[in-house]
Design a binder for this molecule. Structure first.
Ligand code: FE2
Length: 177
């Protein structure tokens, strides 16, 4: 599978709403860190993100045609005017899933561009996700964000040695291998 896969309503409305409430709580609590020059704040290694990566492992394995292992997940909020150059992800991102969780009213979709040269435009509504090979397929957001939006970025690796990005979370070893 080399093309991005759009997963419509990967989060049910009930799950999406729960995730949005959780996001608003961690944002209000000051848990997200501003990214200099990016009009974006992020929270790495959040437990809900990791839990959703575990939930997504089977569908990612199905698309990959092999076993994959969660490496890390994080929250990111983009503020109005944010954009993101085309880039490829780091080593712990054999598989990358971008999950649209919430946005300022009527400001999604915010086009995701995928590929080098002519790009493919993907539009996600809240609850939708897109799965792609993060290290191989360039992706970015070239048009300025029309409003704020909250995203979960989930990642999997094909090498179990990179399981959980090397983080010491021993409880994850029980019942998930
Ligand atoms: Fe990326």
């Amino acid at each position: 599978m080399n093309e991005p896969v759009l997963l419509k309503e990967w989060l049910s409305e009930e799950a999406r709403s729960l995730a949005e409430s959780y996001f608003r709580i961690v944002l209000a609590a000051g848990r997200l860190t501003p990214e200099p020059g990016m009009k974006s704040d992020a929270l790495y290694g959040d437990p809900l993100a990791d839990a959703l990566a575990i939930r997504g492992t089977s569908i990612v394995s199905d698309n990959a045609g092999r076993s994959v292992y969660p490496s890390y997940g994080y929250w990111r909020v983009y503020w109005p005017g944010a954009s993101l150059e085309l880039h490829r992800d780091r080593e712990a991102c054999d598989w990358t899933m971008s999950v649209a969780v919430a946005s300022q009213s009527n400001t999604l979709p915010w086009p995701l561009e995928v590929g080098s040269g002519p790009t493919t435009t993907i539009n996600l509504a809240p609850g939708d996700a897109v799965l792609l090979r993060g290290r191989e397929l360039a992706h970015g957001r070239l048009t300025p964000a029309p409003g704020w939006s909250a995203w979960l970025f989930l990642h999997w690796v094909e090498d179990r040695g990179s399981y959980l990005d090397g983080r010491p979370l021993p409880a994850f070893g029980r019942g998930t291998s």
